[in-house]
Each structure stands twice: as structure tokens, then as C-alpha cells.
Design a protein around this ligand. Structure first.
Ligand SMILES: Nc1ncnc2c1ncn2[C@@H]1O[C@H](COP(=O)(O)OP(=O)(O)OP(=O)(O)O)[C@@H](O)[C@H]1O
Length: 607
């Protein structure tokens, strides 16, 4: 559930963080069954071993009090049978050894089980999210996706590691103790057992309050994280606008809120232990009072009384743990609901079952009366029909928001048209295999994404099986080799995440090399040369020519000098084609393009 926390300082309106954290949900059978399905691969080996180990140690814990009370006290000590006593001590020691081994095996196997399930769940979720369409990522922030893959899955870890086996153990233990107590002395058992529901109720309520207060701590910490993340990412802008003081003030507010909530949570948590001890004392008081009475009436032996006393000590632990387990389950409900919400998300762009392979293509692109809208409110492309011939370079120009990037998005099939069709070599994109299609297209964006790793690996991203020589050749062709050689470790230089150590232009050259290496039939340059200064651009013009040679290229550029030589220039406005032709034709036509060119030259003249 996303909750918007109230700002402590009303003047700090700038800071708005929605908390995307799990808050407990009611118990849901369907979801539980779906979660338990993740245990299935382990139901043949790991799970049974964990259960058997758990049963061994539980049986020992249940048998020892009976042996001590009924056999040692009532039979051996009472009758002075030392032999029996010695045998008993040895027997109990051996049983404890078994219990010790059982516990070790249980802990090892429940951890193995938990880790395996979490591993599977995380892998499943990540691979599913990787295949979701752009529409999904338009709506979800990177942060909220990461929270689900990491935090929500982590919060299920405890359930799968200890939760399920402990639940079984506690249920077995509690039921067995109750049965044994009733067999040993029904009246005393009735007196002691009557308090269970009350204690269970109070324990669950208390735990709920404790859990809620820890949730508050987590909400506050999530705000702290969001603020911290934004402050560090945006530190340059913060410093240049001298907003440090405001940032610090807000941080202090959230930090002190965090402190207060933490204190409340620890205060409430501290109440729990005394409660368990009080319950213990209460049970013992009932046992002592009523038990002594029964002994005086000869209705109970001292040994049975002792067995009772030992069992009462073991009684509250499973009850309080079951309360905790119940709370854990409610938390798991919320986390799993959020995980399943992502898992149930279907990609909007889906590959058909009978999709055909795109083998060697010519690179002929056609838009046939394409209509497209990102949402219900606005149409992004309105009845677009156009043709890009194999090997042609086509430029898309037009004002901001006119639909240029949208056309590129549809060619890569990041979205499907609302009506009409986009075709490659005459085949509707919806009928071809997605991987094949995307392998035939390279997209170079203005904001190139550089992954952490070496320069060599970053270029090789274009074609993972390329040799070092091929990578270097590609870099040379686009003119990136020169700056790479100047770096401390050349091609082996490590670039941190997002390539901060490189200039925007250098990052751009890397992305050219990456695209060239991929050797696509179609190449899309979306504002790709915007970060390169005019002088460098002139230098790499020939490289660009090499990059585009023999490929159908779609170039989106605001700087019109870049697209002057394009075979066809398409001018867009509000998602429609206004005019098209080559530079000379459009200039002669004296329409929108002519106007755009003139205004850019005027702007240059005035500089
Ligand atoms: N992911 C999206 N979700 C909703 N609307 C979008 C999305 N992307 C673009 N739009 C809208 O679609 C319209 C066309 O956008 P598009 O990005 O194609 O324009 P553009 O011509 O490439 O602009 P620019 O020159 O600024 O890059 C705009 O009105 C824009 O607000």
C-alpha cells in the first residue's frame, strides 16, 4: 500500500515521497496456496528431512519430562531403584544426543529450504519483470520495482526459512502437550489449559501493536532512503541552486521522526517478554495451587506434578511463537500480494505463438495508417502512413512532443499501434519473433546507458560474442578509439555505473561503437548527436556515414544541420505528417521545414 506521509515542516513542500512498502493484509488462502507451491521442488528431499529432524527433537522434548516425572520420581526414586535411575539417565542422555543432531539437521535444512525458495522466487520475478513492456515501466518507478524484488521477497524469507517448520513444530508440540496433560490428570489439565485462548488472544494483539509500530519505523526509513537517494543523485543541482540548507532541514525532520518512531517501537517491543514471563508465572501459580490440592487429596502423584511443571514451562513458548507466526503470515500476505501483482502483469507487447523468424531482411519499413496513443487522453500518432526504403536515411523533425520518438518506439515494437500496422519487409511486426526483430535494430539515444564494467565490455554489449579485435575495430570506425587509448587502462578501464567518468560526447561515441558492433539492418539515432559539439560532430560525420552505410536509418535531430543529407525528411506536427521530401525539395516548398531551418540559422546569426 502506498501511503503519503505528512510533512513535518509545512514549508518544505518540495519533498514528496510516496512510500511503497508492504503493510499487513488479511489472511488469504489462495495466496497462501500459491506461495506454498514454491515448496514443491523441495517436497521430495529437503522438506521431508527438515520435518523428520524437527519431529525427532520434538519427540525427545516431549518424552523427557514424562520419563523424569513418571519414571524417575514415581518409580525409581520412590522405590529406591538406582539401577533404573542409572539406565534412565543414560537413556535420556542418548535421547538428547538425538535431539541435538535433529536440531542441527533441522536448522541446516530449513535454511536450505528458505534460501532455495527465495532464490527461485527472486529469479522468477526478475525474469518476468525483464520481459514486461515499456507501458509497465512508464508507470512504475525503478525504486518501487527494486523494493519488490529485494525487500518484499526478503520479508518472505523468514516465513520460508523458519516459519513453516516452526509452525508445524509448535502445532505438534502444543497438541501433544495438551493431550499428555489430559491423559496424566484431566482436572489439572483443564485448569491450566483454560487460560490458553486468553493468552493467545492477548499475545496476538500485543504483537500486532508491536508490528504496527515497526511498520511506522520502516515507512520513515523508506522516506529517509528516498530523500537520501534523491539528495545524492541530485547533489550537483542542489549545490548549484544553494539548496543544501533546505535539504538538511528536511533530512533532520525525517531523521528525528525516525528516531521517535524507533523509540515507540522498542518501548512496545519491550512489553512482550514480561508478558510471556507473566503468563508463565500465572500458569505456574494455577499448577502449584491446584496441583498441591490434588496431591493432598491423593488424586495426583508427585511425579505427575513434576511432569506437569516441566510441561508448563514449555507451554508458553509455542503459544507466543504461534502469535508471532500469525503476524508474520499477515506481513507475508501483503508482500506476496505485491509480488504476485508483478508476476500477474502481462506484457502488452506479446510474441505470437506462431511468430515467424526474421532472417535476412532488407530493412524496408512501412507505417500503414498507424494510430497510436500512450494513454486514453491524447493521441500520439494520428493516421501515419510512411515508407522507409532499404538503405535509406530518413530524418524525423518537428517540435517537441510531435511524435518522433513514438515512431521510433513503434519500429522497435516497444508498443503496438492502436490501429493500423507497422511492417518490416512487408511483415507485420506483430507476426515476427521479438528477439529477431530487436537484433535487427540498434537504437542510439541521447542519454546513453553505460553499465558498470570495462569499456571493452560496454561496447561488446552490442554483440556478446564479438572478439576484442572486433570491438576495437568498431571503436576505431566511429572515432572512439582515440579517447579510449588516452584513458589510464585503455579498453580495460573500469567505468562506474552510468559512466560518470566519461563526458557525454564520449559516452555517445561508445554507444555508436556498440551499435556498429551489433551490425543491425536498421539503426535509429534519437537525438544521438545532441551531446557532441559541432566540431566533433563534423569530425565524426564520416564515421556516422560508415555507421549508417547499407542500413535503413532513422535520425531524430533538433539540430537540422545533422540531417541535411538525409534521403527523406519527414516533418511531424501533433502526431501527423505535415510534409516530406529531401532538404532541397522542402526548402523549395517553403513550408514548415523551411521555417524551422530559417529560425535555426537566425538564432545562430544572432549569437
Ligand atoms: N511514455 C509515455 N506515456 C505517455 N505519454 C507519452 C509517453 N511518451 C511520450 N508521450 C507523449 O506522446 C507525445 C509524443 O511524444 P514523443 O516522445 O514521440 O515526442 P518527440 O517528438 O520525440 O519529442 P522530443 O523532440 O521532445 O523528443 C507527447 O505528447 C508526449 O507527451
Amino acid at each position: 500500500m502506498a501511503t503519503e506521509a505528512k510533512e513535518k515542516s509545512p514549508h518544505l513542500k518540495r519533498f514528496h515521497y510516496t512510500q511503497d512498502i508492504a503493510v499487513d493484509k488479511p489472511f488469504n488462502w489462495q495466496q497462501t496456496v500459491r506461495l506454498l507451491k514454491y515448496l514443491k521442488p523441495y517436497s521430495k528431499k529437503i522438506l521431508p528431512i527438515a520435518i523428520i529432524a524437527m519431529l525427532v527433537s520434538t519427540i525427545v522434548r516431549l518424552v523427557v519430562p514424562i520419563l523424569v516425572g513418571r519414571v524417575a520420581i514415581d518409580m525409581a526414586i520412590d522405590t529406591g531403584n538406582t539401577n533404573l535411575l542409572i539406565q534412565l539417565v543414560i537413556g535420556i542422555a542418548i535421547m538428547y544426543l538425538f535431539s541435538y543432531i535433529g536440531n542441527m539437521v533441522r536448522i541446516k535444512y530449513v535454511n536450505l529450504l528458505g534460501q532455495n525458495v527465495i532464490y527461485d522466487l527472486r529469479r522468477h520475478l526478475f525474469s518476468h519483470v525483464q520481459h514486461l513492456s515499456n507501458r509497465f515501466f512508464d508507470k512504475k518507478s525503478a525504486g518501487s520495482i527494486i523494493v519488490r524484488i529485494m525487500n518484499d521477497i526478503n520479508s518472505l524469507q523468514e516465513l520460508f526459512t523458519n516459519g513453516i517448520i516452526n509452525l508445524l513444530m509448535d502445532i505438534v508440540m502444543l497438541i501433544s502437550i495438551i493431550v499428555i496433560l489430559f491423559v496424566l490428570s484431566p482436572p489439572l489439565a483443564a485448569a491450566v489449559v483454560i487460560v490458553i485462548p486468553i493468552m493467545f488472544y492477548i499475545s496476538t494483539k500485543l504483537r500486532k501493536r508491536i508490528r504496527r509500530s515497526w511498520q511506522q519505523v520502516r515507512i520513515q526509513q523508506s522516506r529517509l532512503n528516498s530523500h537520501l537517494n534523491e539528495s545524492i543523485q541530485g547533489i550537483r543541482i542542489t549545490q548549484s541552486f544553494a539548496q543544501e540548507q533546505e535539504n538538511t532541514e528536511f533530512f533532520e525532520g525525517v531523521n528525528s521522526d525516525n528516531f521517535d518512531r524507533w523509540q515507540t517501537a522498542t518501548r512496545k517491543s519491550a512489553m512482550f517478554r514480561p508478558f510471556v514471563e507473566m503468563s508463565n508465572a500465572f500458569g505456574t501459580a494455577v499448577l502449584l495451587g491446584f496441583g498441591a490440592f490434588l496431591i493432598s487429596q491423593d488424586a495426583l502423584t508427585v511425579g505427575t506434578f513434576f511432569t506437569f511443571a516441566l510441561f508448563i514451562g514449555m507451554f508458553w513458548e509455542p503459544i507466543s511463537r504461534l502469535g508471532q507466526m500469525y503476524n508474520q503470515l499477515l506481513m507475508a500476505m501483503s508482500a506476496s500480494e505485491r509480488i504476485f501483482e508483478f508476476l500477474d502483469e502481462e506484457p502488452n507487447v506479446k510474441e505470437k505463438e506462431d511468430a515467424v523468424h526474421l532472417n535476412d531482411i532488407e530493412g524496408h519499413i512501412e507505417f500503414d495508417h498507424v494510430q497510436f496513443a500512450y494513454d486514453d487522453e491524447r493521441i500520439a500518432l494520428d493516421d501515419i502512413s510512411l515508407e522507409m526504403k532499404p538503405g535509406q536515411s530518413v530524418a524525423l523533425v518537428g517540435h517537441t512532443g510531435s511524435g518522433k520518438t513514438t515512431i521510433a518506439n513503434l519500429i522497435s515494437r516497444f508498443y503496438d499501434p492502436t490501429s493500423g500496422a507497422v511492417k518490416i519487409d512487408g511483415i507485420d511486426l506483430r507476426d515476427v519473433k521479438l528477439d529477431d526483430l530487436r537484433q535487427k535494430i540498434s537504437v542510439v539515444l541521447q542519454d546513453t546507458f553505460i553499465f558498470s564494467g570495462t569499456i571493452m565490455e560496454n561496447i561488446r554489449f552490442g554483440r556478446p560474442d564479438a572478439s576484442d579485435e572486433e570491438v576495437i575495430d568498431a571503436a576505431k570506425v566511429v572515432g572512439a578509439d582515440e579517447f579510449i587509448q588516452r584513458l589510464a587502462d585503455g579498453y580495460e578501464t573500469e567505468v562506474e555505473e552510468r559512466g560518470n567518468i566519461l563526458s557525454a560526447g564520449e559516452r555517445q561515441l561508445l554507444s555508436f561503437a556498440r551499435a556498429l558492433l551489433a551490425d543491425p539492418k536498421i539503426i535509429i539515432l534519437d537525438e544521438a548527436t545532441a551531446s557532441i559539439d559541432t566540431e566533433t560532430e563534423v569530425k565524426i560525420q564520416s564515421a556516422l556515414k560508415r555507421l549508417l552505410e547499407g542500413r535503413t536509418s532513422i535520425i531524430i535531430a533538433h539540430r537540422l544541420s545533422t540531417i541535411r543529407d538525409s534521403d527523406n525528411i519527414i516533418v511531424l506536427e501533433n502526431g501527423q505528417i505535415l510534409e516530406q521530401g529531401n532538404h532541397d525539395e522542402l526548402m523549395a516548398h517553403g513550408g514548415e521545414y523551411y521555417g524551422l531551418v530559417k529560425s535555426q540559422f537566425q538564432a545562430l546569426d544572432q549569437m
